[in-house]
Ligand binder design. Structure first.
Ligand SMILES: Cc1ncc(COP(=O)(O)O)c(C=O)c1O
Length: 459
């Protein structure tokens, strides 16, 4: 059935329920007549649904639309490119936009991260980086190095290789057995650091685990600058500098997974710049095009590239759409917007106001912690502020799915109420957001969290 642009909501609902398979979604929840949310249009920090209702996109459409919605010039750059060269692959060939974008990314990336391998998204970037690390070791005669150290509750994507690194039991269990090699260490959840323990132990756990596994079997360490799943865990002082030392000492490739934390999310081009460390590889996606077109990238240091740079060797890996010319043109136009509007500086200057607004909610009994960096912040919800007691699985289900998610959406705020770790609300607005949007977020969060406190009997 062909749909006209003016297809009625009833038609769209019926067809969505019949044919569309939403990601990470309980499709059964639409059986009782509940509407599938259908977003039809975006402009700046806002999107509109099929009924014409406006929402504040407080999560940048899953940490993607960094420059905001509705940028005609970025759309035009994609259209112009599609007319000139709609597609050619980076599989043995180059094209001008991929070359220009690789050059620009290398210029913006820290240190000697000068070599860019494009993918179609974040999971492919992580998958590619894990494979790159393994082949790098093999080429240097260390064929037994294959394991990857990652952190508990971290999300590194959903393909089978990525799942090896992803530390969320519920996402791993349905697909086990996974490829061998994933090893998990504690994350930097300082709010829940057990009494008597120090933050130094969190990074030393990486060294201990490498020793435990046998360094001759460990290929890579993969970490986000600020860990998303669990709710924006920031690193303790000196954490990443010590990771660098550990990686060097054990000859392990240090991958900074910046699928979310790059392109201004933390107020810098890359999260590694915010915390002043030098990874061997950065994985990125989402904000590289502000999601006007799909793209991801693996950015490797000269040292990682070196064994691939001569003779008959090649990285035995490729993805048809990696470096798609339309996405590359869109990425270049996206970066131009960043530069012209000084968006990194905007995030740096607005971060204190954004954070102060969220901190002002700490008087609400259910608000346990507020944490994060840049335009990437989380509120952890607790049963008791004093003891930091968290909700049981059933309580969390009642809180998040029985009330919060629907109520926030109903009141026009798209954000994330998540319980992959302890329950949190995450906010990550487009980087053009300012005081007006912060006030709007507060005007929704405050009454909703107060009501949540009452419903969950938190005092
Ligand atoms: C840190 C991190 N790595 C990898 C991924 C996977 O990216 P994608 O969903 O584009 O495959 C994500 C997605 O949110 C992510 O946050």
């Amino acid at each position: 059935m062909a749909l006209t642009a003016a297809a009625s909501n009833a038609e769209l609902q019926e067809l969505a329920k019949r044919h569309l398979w939403l990601h990470f979604s309980r499709m059964g929840s639409y059986d009782d007549g509940a509407e599938v949310p259908i977003i039809v249009r975006g402009d700046g920090c806002y999107v509109w649904d099929q009924h014409g209702k406006r929402f504040l996109d407080g999560l940048s459409s899953l940490f993607c639309t960094n420059i905001g919605h509705g940028r005609a010039e970025v759309a035009q750059a994609g259209a112009d490119q599609a007319k000139e060269l709609g597609f050619f692959t980076n599989w043995s060939y180059a094209h001008p936009r991929a070359i220009e974008l690789a050059t620009k990314v290398a210029e913006l990336a820290p240190g000697d991260l000068n070599r860019v391998f494009f993918t179609s998204g974040g999971s492919e970037a992580v998958e590619s980086a894990l494979k790159l690390a393994r082949q790098y070791h093999k080429l240097r005669g260390n064929g037994t190095k294959y394991k990857v150290i990652a952190r508990e509750t971290a999300y590194h994507g959903t393909t089978m290789g990525c799942l090896m690194a992803t530390g969320i039991a519920g996402l791993r269990a349905p697909f086990e057995p996974l490829p061998a090699g994933g090893c998990h260490v504690p994350n930097t959840n300082i709010y829940r650091l057990p009494e008597g323990h120090t933050t130094d132990e969190l990074v030393e756990a990486i060294a201990h685990r490498i020793e435990f596994e046998d360094p001759s079997t460990v290929s890579a360490i993969i970490l986000e600058p600020v860990q998303n799943a669990g709710g924006c865990f920031v690193p303790p002082e000196g954490y990443f500098q010590r990771v660098r030392e550990i990686a060097d000492f054990y000859d392990v490739v240090f991958i900074s997974d910046e699928v979310i934390c790059s392109w201004g999310r933390l107020g810098e081009w890359f999260g590694a710049q915010r915390y002043d460390y030098r990874p061997d590889i950065i994985t990125t996606a989402k904000g590289i095009t502000s999601a006007y077109s799909p793209m991801g990238a693996v950015i490797a240091s000269d040292r990682i590239f070196e064994p691939f740079s001569h003779g008959t060797t090649s990285f035995a890996h490729g993805i048809t759409f990696g470096g798609h010319p339309v996405s590359a043109a869109v990425a270049l136009a996206n970066i131009e917007v960043f530069e012209r509007e000084n968006l990194l500086e905007h995030v740096r200057t607005q971060e204190p106001a954004f954070r102060a607004m969220l901190d002002s909610l700490r008087d609400i009994p259910i608000v346990g912690d507020v944490r994060g960096a840049g335009f990437f912040q989380a509120i952890e919800l607790v049963k008791d502020q004093e003891t930091r007691e968290s909700f049981s699985h059933e309580e969390s289900e009642t809180l998040l799915r029985g009330y919060l998610s629907a109520e926030l959406f109903e009141r026009g705020l798209i954000c994330r109420a998540d319980d992959r770790g302890d329950p949190v609300i995450q906010l990550s607005p487009p980087l053009i957001a300012g005081p007006e949007q912060f006030a709007e977020i507060e005007s929704v969060l405050r009454p909703v969290l107060e009501e949540a406190s009452r419903r969950m009997a938190v005092r």
